[in-house]
Design a protein around this ligand. Structure first.
Ligand code: AP5
Length: 213
């Protein structure tokens, strides 16, 4: 089992880049998507997560690591995994190393998407998502071709509850405090591939593909 981590602040474009890596055969694992599915199903975990996510706070490490462990242990070991939004704390990074080692796998690269925080606020406030297929748009930078409707499903797009300016700024503060230290953690292992994420989507996707080749 081999893996790549997509690291970067909220709104840097991790999900947008992941779409093109899925086309290259990666199995996309987004802890944000997994948690939103629990919220949609109204499970006890989902109810606990919603309260934290709506305020821009992290879900506890034990919950997130438990979700990832369950998923990896019951999945295809020959697959190439793309982790998006995980790990987000040093504890999660250490647990991921242990999990990968226990499955005789390798963490190949960490693609670090770098983007100024002001650009991120604009991106997240303008983000729209399809509740049916998960497609992600932006009202200005990546608009759907059909007004406010999803290109794939034709249904109305929605805004995530944590994409208000106040919550986005809180998420960025949490990122700086809890996730940014992972950059040094992975630099010490010589795994980091920095990517300029403050350029058009096609250029960011091309740079990520080049860095992972
Ligand atoms: P999660 O869903 O992972 O959110 P996030 O990390 O905050 O990242 P986003 O999904 O907001 O952004 P993205 O980088 O994927 O950007 P996107 O491609 O959509 O997590 C949500 C919450 O769940 C967390 O806050 C936390 O509470 C909890 N959680 C999740 N994982 C956890 C964990 N491991 N531990 C604890 N808690 C956890 O792009 C954003 C917008 O910009 C889009 O509109 C897009 O069209 C546009 N865009 C993208 N790229 C460009 C570009 N190059 N130029 C212009 N616009 C662009």
């Amino acid at each position: 089992m081999n893996a790549v981590v997509l690291l970067g602040p909220p709104g840097a474009g991790k999900g947008t880049v992941a779409e093109v890596l899925v086309d290259k055969g990666y199995k996309h694992v987004s802890t944000g998507d997994l948690l939103r599915e629990q919220i949609r199903l109204e499970t006890p975990l989902g109810l606990e997560a919603k309260e934290l996510m709506d305020r821009g706070r992290f879900v506890p490490d034990s919950v997130v690591v438990g979700m990832i462990r369950g998923l990896l242990e019951s999945s295809d070991f020959s697959a190439k995994y793309l982790f998006d939004g995980f790990p987000r704390t040093l504890v999660q990074a250490e647990k991921l190393d242990e999990l990968i080692a226990s499955l005789n796998g390798t963490l190949e690269h960490v693609a670090l998407l770098e983007c100024p925080f002001d650009a991120i606020v604009e991106r997240l406030i303008g983000r729209r998502t399809c509740g049916k297929c998960g497609s992600v748009y932006h009202v200005t930078f990546n608009p759907p071709s059909n007004g406010e409707l999803c290109d794939v499903e034709g249904c109305a797009l929605t805004q995530r509850p944590d994409d208000t300016e106040e919550t986005v700024r809180e998420r960025l503060a949490v990122y700086e405090k809890q996730t940014a230290p992972l950059i040094s953690y992975y630099e010490a292992k010589n795994l980091v591939r920095p990517i300029n994420a403050n350029q058009p989507i096609s250029a960011v996707r091309a740079d990520v593909l080049k860095s992972l080749a």
